[in-house]
Design a protein around this ligand. Structure first.
Ligand code: 1CP
Length: 359
């Protein structure tokens, strides 16, 4: 019998739905903090295959989740070809910003191959470890989508509004087109290497898709996501693809149709029923519990979880959070969440916590 997550990605409704969580590996786990300290810096943790393998497996072992997600970061794709990158504690990633054609020319995409090599090695080791346990756990590989990676490359750090890349879309579209084109090609190689090494599904994170108006959304989100999905499909026809155009709002429907993804991740702001109605019927919905509800725990966690389970009961559904698990989340609350999801959408709680009944 094939793995639950893969069945849902093929369009099957599975009850209770499989569950995994964005940022399921990370600082909220004491075993992660310990290994992170040993490694010294985040990039070592992400690029030394033995360490990255262990961190990938930690949450799967602790919570018996239905999927492992490769432990890596979306910023290895600019770092590999030579963009300076540092993870500064308290600030997050800091990069030397790309603001001109000369900055772009300094990157050498051929150098990405050594970063790709270490990530492929991690994928092989995780598959080996999961295989030995003859488990039902699927391994998800991933990359950032070009616009989201470009946001960090141009801004040079995390931001709430990423003004520099958005300005570039108006004032120097040729440069942005060049960068998005380069990222589309490198992302295809990066994902192809992960699939070759044994990733069983691929997720494309477009975390900052929601910053663009519709015409730019089509140019910088739809077009590159479509090219990547088509190229990966051509090489790996049966490999399921999950797209996550975060905060895309009503553009979610166009995204689902144009890219042909097998599942769409939805963020916390989207009503699950509306997301389901915007997407083609065979497309699975992945999401979308508020990470803050996991942090808070208790009755709120239970009510919000049951609401989502009920709202997506009649649809291929992968239970997840709407954005990454927060660093202060008590691991006990994740345990509790997994327990609630495995009980399925039992009726008495199938209400929107604000009082609206799920249909
Ligand atoms: O230990 C630490 O201090 C590092 C924290 C951390 C972790 C645990 C970073 C830095 N990256 C990661 C791992 C990571 N990043 C994974 C691993 C798999 C898992 O989910 O368990 C994944 C899938 C990502 C993807 C990622 N990185 C995204 C897309 C998803 C999202 O959160 O929107 C983004 C935007 C990044 C950039 C990034 N890397 C790290 C941080 C703190 C950030 C966000 C910076 C910001 O915007 O403020």
């Amino acid at each position: 019998m094939s793995k639950k997550l893969l069945r849902v990605l093929r369009g099957e409704r599975v009850d209770p739905p499989p569950i995994w969580l964005m940022r399921q590996a990370g600082r909220y786990l004491p075993e992660y903090r310990e290994l992170r300290e040993q490694a010294g810096d985040f990039l070592s943790l992400a690029t030394i295959p033995d360490l990255a393998t262990e961190v990938t497996l930690q949450p799967v072992r602790r919570f018996m989740l239905d999927a492992a997600i490769l432990f890596s970061d979306i910023l290895l794709v600019p770092w590999g070809p030579g963009q300076r990158l540092e993870y500064v504690s308290g600030t997050g990633p800091v990069l030397s910003p790309i603001r001109s054609a000369a900055d772009l020319l300094r990157l050498s995409p051929a150098r990405l191959s050594s970063a790709i090599g270490s990530v492929a090695q991690t994928v092989r080791r995780v598959r080996g470890a999961l295989g030995n346990a003859s488990s039902d756990v699927a391994l998800i590989g991933f990359a950032g989508a070009p616009w989201t990676v470009a946001c960090y490359m141009i801004e040079g750090r995390g931001s709430r509004d990423f003004v520099a890349p958005r300005m570039m879309a108006y004032r120097n579209a040729a440069l942005l087109d060049g960068l998005i084109g380069l990222l589309t090609e490198t992302t295809i190689s990066y994902l192809t290497a992960q699939a070759d090494a044994g990733a069983e599904a691929i997720m494309l994170f477009d975390s900052w898709a929601g910053l663009l108006p519709p015409s730019q959304f089509r140019r910088y989100i739809l077009a590159p996501n479509c090219s990547i999905c088509a190229a990966v499909r051509q090489r790996f026809p049966g490999l399921p693809l999950i797209g996550f155009p975060r905060l895309a709002g009503t553009m979610l429907g166009e995204y689902g149709v144009a890219t042909g993804v097998d599942a769409a991740g939805i963020d916390t702001s989207v009503s699950p029923e509306v997301a389901a109605s915007l997407l083609p019927s065979g497309v699975a919905v992945q999401g979308n519990l508020d990470p803050l509800a996991v942090l808070v725990g208790g009755e709120e966690l239970e009510a919000q979880t049951r609401y989502i389970l009920t709202a997506l009961d009649n649809r291929p559904h992968i239970f997840n959070v709407g954005h990454g698990i927060l660093p202060n989340t008590p691991p006990k609350h994740v345990e509790e969440l997994v327990r609630i999801v495995r009980q399925g959408p039992s009726r008495p709680f199938g209400r929107d916590p604000a009082g609206q009944t799920a249909t």
